[in-house]
Design a protein. Sequence first.
Length: 327
Amino acid sequence: MSSTLPSFVEPLGDGLWAIDTGFHRDRFDAAYLVADGGRAAFIDTGTAFAVPRLLAALDALGLPRSAVDFVIATHVHLDHAGGVGQLMQALPGAQLVVHPRGARHMIDPAALWQGALAVYGAAQMARAYGALLPVPAERVRTTADGETIALGDRALLFAHTPGHALHHHCIWDARSQGWFTGDNFGMAYPEFNVDGRAFIFPTTTPVQFDPDAMRASIARLMAAAPRQMYLTHYSRITGVADCAGRLERMIEATVAAALAQRDAPDRLQAITASLMTLYGDGARAFGVRLPDAEIAALLHDDAALNAAGLIAWLDRPSRASAAAAAA
């Protein structure tokens, strides 16, 4: 093992490392490496451009590529799984582990690519995500809800957790008493930490956000009494019970903001502006002391993507109408 880890590899203890994938900016998008008894797994990969960092982490830790048994995607959105195909090519002994609803998109990523292309455009796709490579079907393993997979002497339990996406599962690591949450326990950027506490808000990005399902999934995660959560955006957070309460309130406020602007002439602009106010005011109330311009720069892209997801939710009448009736 190298005496010095690369700057983008953060040791978390308990045989866990967070790897900054370099997507968009530093400390925005994390993949995780889990190791036990000489065996290893990656949880999420970032984009295709992140794969050299993941392999460099193995090298720095003295783990051969043959030690990697699993590449696990929390869900198949490209900031989490865009690099799966390239990583699987580099790790010929690994299985891809994915929610059954996401497996077909990893075997044939054409529809996944077209869906992302409609959201981001060709130039952004090429610049930010790179190519999507397919994974042979025989190397893909789907999970059952409640299933446990052994990694060395370590147990990884899979819980199907809709809310952010129907093809989302979270992974419970009994060793560290923590969940790998993908996007179902919100986003908490280190720049907004105050006295070690995380400012957290939900991700409602297109196209399957469901606030009721998200709340149920959060309750399920919390039922395990976790000591920590491993977020993709970004890295480990503690003080989980406090975070869960604030996340629940932020989901409620986010839905209310969308419902208030459901008939606006330009819903995307109106909801984005409402979310920027919600996030900015929330950050200030939390104790964040960054300049206003820096807060806005860090949050604008998320607000716009979350607004697009809220519009997709609003356009499912039965779900949005039920929320409006309860408001």
